[in-house]
Design a protein around this ligand. Sequence first.
Ligand code: URA
Length: 220
Amino acid sequence: MEVMNSNIKILSHPIINNNLAIIRDKNSDCEKFKNAVKRITYMLIYEASKELPTINKEIETPLEKTICKVFDDDIQLIIAPILRAGMIFCEVAQELLPFANIHHIGMYRNEQTLEPVWYYDKRKEIKQNKEKVFVIILDPMLATGNSAIDAIKNFTLKGIIEKNITFVSLISSPEGIKKVSNTFKDVKIITSAIDRTINNKGYILPGLGDAGDRIYNTIN
Ligand code: URA
């Protein structure tokens, strides 16, 4: 794992790299693409959940009592996929963290301004026990950083503590990483690759194309 600063982690692993090659390949069909993303997702969610608080719990094995580390019942974990492409991470995230609340974030990108346009958000303000609320935001592509910043801001305005927010992506651009980490110094970013740049349409180069289109086999 490469660490740029303590809040930005690039997961590098032969399994991840091999699957990144599959999802970058324009000849990988929808099924191949989704299966490769799923394999990477296990590792990204593993990393994103590494610092969730645990407590000691006494468990009785068939042989004797022992103390195990289990998730603290008092925490609230919000998994927030940015629609539509973020949904690709959700099945694995729920499998690994079944107690999480899923909070869908509906936004699309205005093709001219590259700014996000919101269409769905039901999250209420957090008033109590803020230190026990954690958010993992999911979006396969951290490109311009505009959607990421809006999504993070939306959670901080609702009372979530910045250091309890983690942003997870498959591929990021240097521009997006810089923008998000300069705006939110305490937010963690976990990604499996940082690519060369973004083009004037906001696509990551070399990237993988439009993540949503590739997941859902969209005809344009
Ligand atoms: N969203 C995508 O789907 N792909 C990119 O390259 C950038 C944003």
